[in-house]
Design a protein around this ligand. Structure first.
Ligand code: HEM
Ligand code: HEM
Length: 183
């Protein structure tokens, strides 16, 4: 039985959600920009170094963010919904959680098995492994495919949040922004 007052997101959960949400959207846009809009060459190479370094930082913060959620568990939905929407929302949240970890991990695998070091803004370096082109290429394909899957689910996720806020006028979005559980 669902209570009439849905559980609230604590400040840490809200902070973590928005930091990582914008970091992931930014990294997806950055990756696509480098891949599709910058001709291969030194400029693309320099941008890719920044992409890789930022991506490792996103992984570090993402592990904490995902760990916090898994340790606390997901909240019950803020609104009463048909079963298919409940299921879709759960699948979406799990895909997004997985994407936060798998995107940087697949990127690192591409790079490290390509024999390339990952230099984190001159602070420290993760040394590349002995080159294994098969693993590197597979991970590179996974990096691109997971990105596309993630983008589709992020679009769905945002559409869902807006539908709850504008059409259903429930507390789904505000409990993730201001933290209020009433409108
Ligand atoms: C934080 C999450 C990350 C996101 C959302 C992200 C996203 C992307 C996207 C969308 C592309 C274009 C891919 C394509 O269309 O094929 C890309 C390319 C690339 N990313 Fe990332 N990336 C992330 C982290 C990393 C990390 C940590 C590394 C390595 C340390 C990395 C290495 C690369 C490389 C080498 C490419 C070039 C093309 C390829 O082989 O796929 N990325 N990234
Ligand atoms: C502008 C973009 C976004 C909006 C408006 C938004 C909105 C929301 C809202 C309203 C919730 C609460 C849902 C509920 O309580 O049932 C939520 C939860 C969640 N969102 Fe987003 N979101 C955005 C982007 C993202 C991105 C890019 C990711 C990850 C890649 C993400 C991952 C999650 C996850 C995993 C949850 C489940 C609860 C948690 O662990 O934080 N969101 N989002």
């Amino acid at each position: 039985m669902k209570t009439s007052k849905p559980a609230a997101y604590d400040l840490v959960s809200r902070f973590n959600h928005w930091i990582v949400a914008f970091a992931m959207i930014g990294m997806l846009a950055f990756g696509i920009y480098i891949d599709d809009f910058v001709p291969r060459g030194p400029q693309a190479g320099a941008l890719l170094q920044t992409h890789k370094a930022l991506g490792v930082l996103v992984l570090a913060y993402g592990l904490w963010r995902v760990g916090w959620r898994l340790a606390r568990g997901f909240l019950d939905s803020a609104a009463r919904m048909p079963a298919w929407q409940e299921i879709l929302s759960k699948i979406t949240h799990w895909v997004l959680i997985a994407g936060i970890i798998l995107m940087p991990l697949s990127g690192m695998t591409t790079s490290l098995f390509g024999g390339h070091d990952i230099n984190i803004f001159g602070l420290f370096t993760i040394p590349g492994f002995t080159e294994n082109k098969t693993v590197s290429d597979l991970a590179g394909d996974a990096h691109g495919t997971i990105a596309n899957i993630l983008i589709a689910f992020i679009v769905l996720h945002i559409a869902g949040a807006l539908k709850h806020h504008v059409i259903d006028r429930d507390t789904t979005l505000v409990r993730m922004t201001t933290g209020r559980t009433e409108r």
